[in-house]
Design a protein around this ligand. Structure first.
Ligand SMILES: [Zn+2]
Ligand SMILES: [Zn+2]
Length: 97
């Protein structure tokens, strides 16, 4: 039976044994979330993550700590801005008649 170490709100930890699914990829607690970071070919990282290690970057989109760093670097470098500009088509002035 797998065992888990769950952090508690008071700063302590709690041992939990049972079938609660995969372990978090970054610690020993239950991995309730999966990293949704795209890694190419339509796949995502899929690292199991606990509540403390899953960072929600959009509704229902979570990144693992390692990919969160990559994402922040990408965003800080203006990557998001560039992506948005690529999505919006360049408006051509309409010529009448
Ligand atoms: Zn964790
Ligand atoms: Zn990841």
């Amino acid at each position: 039976m797998p065992c888990y170490i769950q952090p508690m709100k008071d700063g302590g930890t709690m041992f939990l044994c049972g079938d609660f699914g995969p372990h978090c990829g970054a610690c020993a607690s239950v991995g309730d979330f999966l990293c949704d970071f795209p890694v190419g070919e339509g796949k995502t990282c899929d690292m199991p993550l606990c509540e403390g290690h899953a960072t929600e970057v959009a509704p229902n989109v979570h990144y693992c700590p390692g990919h969160m760093v990559l994402w922040q670097e990408f965003r800080d470098a203006g990557g998001v801005q560039r992506e948005l500009e690529n999505v919006v088509p360049y408006a051509q002035p309409k010529r009448e008649g």
